[in-house]
Structure formats: C-alpha cells, structure tokens
Design a protein around this ligand. Structure first.
Ligand SMILES: Cc1ncc(COP(=O)(O)OP(=O)(O)O)c(N)n1
Ligand code: TZP
Ligand code: MG
Length: 356
C-alpha cells in the first residue's frame, strides 16, 4: 500500500469512526436529558461530546471529508438483525455505549498513525465515556430513582414552610448539606398548597439530585411529578399506591412490626420506614417499636434488600444507638428542622451515617 493510500485509509476509518462515536454519545445524551431528567449527567454527556469535537479538531477536516466514500463502503449493506432488535430503552443505551467504546478504540488506534496527541486525547475520552456510560446503562436498567434511593442515607420530612421562596431555599441548602430524600409531610396544608409545594419541590430536588416524596397522597405525588409517595399502615395499600404511580416512581411504607416488613416487601414497596424508634416531638405514639425492632429488621432483611430508614425521635444524641443496630439510613424531622443550624445538623448526621 502506498503511503498516500495508507494515509487515506486511516482518514477514511477515522471519519467513519468519528461519526459513529458522535452518534453514540448523542444517543446516550438524549436519554440522560429526556429520560432521566438528570441535569448533572446531562452536563457530563455534553462535556464528552465537546471533548470529542476538540480532539477531532486536531485532524484535517478537508482530508477527512475527502476520504469519505459512503457509496463505496462495502460494509453499509451488511446489517445484523440485532441492529433492529431494541425491545427497551436499556437495549438502545447498551448498544450505543458499545458503539462509543468500539469507535473510540478505533479512533485511538488509527489516530496513532496520524497524530499521537489526538490518540492520547481519545484514550482519555474513552475512559471517561466508559465510566459515565456504565452508570447511565445501570440507570436505564434499574431506574435512576431506585439507584439514588439505594445510595440514600439521610431522609428529611419537611412541611410547606412559610412561603414558596423559603421552601425552595430550604431544599437547596439542605440538599447541599447532604439530605438525599425529602418528604413533604404537612398535615395542616390544603390540597392545593400541597400540590403547589410538591410540584415546586419535585423540580428543585431534581436539580439538586435529591429525591422528593409526598406523604400519604399518591394522587398529589403523581400530579406534581414527585419521585414517589410514602404511605402508612392505615393508608392506601402499597399495591394500590403502585397502581396509581406506576413502576417508575417509588413507594415507601411505614412498618412497626416484622410481619409488616415482610408483607410490605411482598407488596413491592421500594423502601420501608421502621419505627417509631424513640419518643418524638413531631408525632406522639402510645408505644415505640424501639431499637429492638431495628435489630430484628436488620437481622431479617439482609437477604431481601430494600432500603430501610429508621424513624422517630432520632437525633445527634441517640444516633449511635441506631447505627449500632446496623441501620445507616435514617428519616428525621426535628433533628434537622428544629436545629439552630439545620445545614450543620444535616452535615453532622450524614457524616456519622457514612463514616462507619
Ligand atoms: C420515611 C417515613 N417513615 C415513616 C413515616 C410515617 O408514616 P405514617 O405511619 O403514615 O405516619 P404519617 O407520616 O402519615 O403521620 C413517614 N412519614 N416517613
Ligand atoms: C412521621 C413519623 N412517623 C414515625 S416517627 C415520625 C416523626 C419523625 O419526626 P422526628 O424525627 O422529629 O421524630
Ligand atoms: Mg401516613
């Protein structure tokens, strides 16, 4: 092969692979943006696209275009049946992620014959794309809400607040301080106010990468676009809440006995609240399930993993008793909302839940 022909072959391969990589990255970016509504992941996806464009700008575009010969490409007629079998979005993402990895690898290898620095940039992009796309593939398969729930340790119950602006500020401050899940629980608020706050809270929480759950009301959770609902033992059964919300959103259920835990898991709840653990200034109870219940849940639910949040009177003073039961997820109201510095309280609780 003459030198000229060899260079033209490299450019022809680079041109085709660059297009495939860009298409694959864009396919995944669209899912992150419109399917996951995940602003952080969308920003990373956009960065990857720009990194590819920056690396490609090192190549001579005129040479790339001159080398392009789609009509003469013997590979265009070869299509596999697999290319047309995409039963679910997860299949689309898997195929796109594989396409990106393969085409970046091709760019890297043939790029070495043209510009070593280009090959280096592509290699670093390939690693970044691998990590990013792996997470998105997981999200597509398991659902991003479930993944974020699985990672959550600090869950805060909040009311509607004095005003919408105060509510927004509280959500933003506390999510930055480490609250993973917010639950709108306001027994005094009218439906309209609950709906308005739920709508606003769901949108703010999404931007902050936190989950937003509505207490008791599956209808309001759905109408407001919240991430899920939390129901108690005397409220809508989990299966009915699921019917209202569908499989994409989360259903959490309060449990006070081990039988309820087993039943709740059978009913398909995504997480459980376990308590009341200690006397609470937020809600009064005739009796408390206590830490003995937490011990029992921890011992019996290791085989059926569902995130379990201890609730009821938990604060910085008694937290160690909760973690000693093997619980590293808590749901609180007063410990954060009534603290002199709620953000500092959230940061401390989070640190102690994570540092084991
Ligand atoms: C996370 C979490 N766990 C338990 C509860 C209590 O729910 P419920 O028993 O329905 O009581 P109310 O909150 O409705 O008074 C919860 N809200 N969140
Ligand atoms: C709603 C609820 N259900 C069981 S305990 C509780 C209140 C939780 O708030 P606090 O953390 O202030 O006890
Ligand atoms: Mg309830």
């Amino acid at each position: 092969m003459s030198l000229d022909h060899s260079r033209q072959t490299s450019y022809r391969i680079l041109d085709a692979s660059a297009n495939r990589a860009a298409e694959g990255i864009r396919t995944i970016e669209e899912f992150v943006r419109f399917g996951l509504d995940d602003s952080q992941a969308a920003a990373v996806a956009k960065e990857l696209r720009h990194e590819l464009a920056t690396a490609l700008s090192r190549l001579n575009r005129a040479e790339l275009l001159a080398a392009r010969d789609t009509e003469g490409d013997v590979g265009t007629a070869l299509e596999t049946t697999a290319e047309y079998s995409r039963a679910e979005i997860a299949d689309v993402i898997t195929a796109a992620a594989e396409r990106v990895q393969q085409s970046l690898r091709v760019l890297e290898e043939y790029g070495k014959t043209v510009d070593v620095e280009f090959a280096r940039q592509i290699e670093s992009l390939r690693y970044r794309a691998y990590t990013h796309h792996r997470q998105i593939e997981l999200d597509a398969i398991t659902g991003s809400r479930k993944r974020r729930l699985a990672e959550a340790v600090l869950y805060l119950l909040i009311d509607c607040g004095r005003s919408e602006s105060e509510f927004i500020e509280r959500l933003q401050t506390l999510s930055h301080a480490g609250v993973d899940v917010f639950q709108l629980r306001d027994k005094q608020a009218h439906d309209r106010q609950l709906f308005e706050r739920a709508k606003c809270g769901a949108s703010i929480a999404k931007d902050c990468n936190a989950l937003f759950i509505v207490n008791d009301r599956a209808d309001i959770a759905l109408a407001a676009g919240a991430d899920g609902v939390h129901v108690g033992q005397d409220e809508l059964p989990a299966a009915m809440a699921r019917r209202v919300l569908g499989s994409e959103r989360l259903v959490g259920v309060s449990t006070h006995t081990i039988d309820q835990v087993h039943q709740t898991i059978r009913d398909g709840a995504d997480y459980i609240g376990c308590g009341p653990t200690f006397p609470s200034s937020t809600k009064s109870f005739g009796s408390h399930a206590g830490t003995a219940f937490l011990d029992q849940v921890h011992a019996e639910t290791r085989q059926t993993p569902r995130p379990a949040f201890a609730i009821g009177g938990i604060n910085r003073t008694n937290l160690d008793q909760v973690t000693a039961c093997g619980f590293h997820r808590i749901a609180v109201t007063a410990a954060i909302n009534d603290a002199e510095d709620p953000a500092a309280a959230a940061r401390e609780l989070r640190r102690r839940l994570v540092d084991r």
